[in-house]
Design a protein around this ligand. Structure first.
Ligand code: FE2
Length: 199
């Protein structure tokens, strides 16, 4: 009558144990993700930036199923930019996802297909519904680990390529010890400036 549970979550920290998969991202694996690539290349390359624990009770791509996980983004800076995840759209672009902040302080950076960005503050207990067609990235703006729970469809997949190519036009930087949003110049704005400089 009772089903055996093979996985547990520590609800204080979000740590999963049991039947889980883990992946880690170090500074070495985040080339061109941060604005200051020179600073990144000069850092200790095995510095851990984030770790993801996942419980996958379904096969990747299974329609109708769900996956569950916790991301842990560590505190730190590359130049003046806060540690963050690579960010992604879902391959099946209409699929949505829930995030919720378990501990730490951060920002959820969101971007639509027109590259318009908006942000949501993350603090323990904040719940974030990420609609389909919205790219998402987690940024740790605090001084301790940022743990974020997630639940997403098992057929969502991850599209990292478009983010690798163009990034997000908004970055979270540390100015005088405080987080600030830094907007990147649009390509049109850049061209206009270049033309003005030439004339
Ligand atoms: Fe996602």
């Amino acid at each position: 009558m009772f089903h055996n549970i093979d996985t547990n979550i520590d609800i204080q920290t979000g740590k999963l144990s049991g039947n889980i998969i883990e992946s880690e991202k170090h500074i070495s694996g985040l080339k061109n993700v941060f604005k200051d690539e020179t600073a990144r290349s000069q850092m200790i390359q095995d510095t851990l930036v984030y770790r993801v624990q996942m419980h996958k009770a379904e096969k990747e791509g299974k329609e109708g199923g769900l996956f569950f996980g916790t991301s842990f983004v560590y505190p730190g800076l590359v130049g003046n930019e806060y540690f963050m995840t690579r960010g992604h759209f879902h391959s099946k672009i209409d699929t949505a996802e829930y995030y919720w902040c378990i501990e730490g302080e951060g920002v959820l950076l969101l971007m639509n297909e027109e590259r318009e960005c908006y942000v949501e503050k993350m603090s323990p207990g904040s719940l974030h519904y990420i609609k389909g067609r919205i790219a998402h990235r987690i940024v740790n703006t605090g001084n301790k680990v940022l743990a974020v729970g997630a639940c997403w469809p098992s057929d969502a997949g991850h599209d990292y390529n478009s983010i690798e190519k163009d990034g997000f036009p908004v970055r979270l930087v540390c100015i005088n010890g405080e987080p600030a949003l830094m907007k990147e110049e649009s390509q049109e704005g850049k061209k206009e400036n270049e033309e003005q400089n030439r004339s």
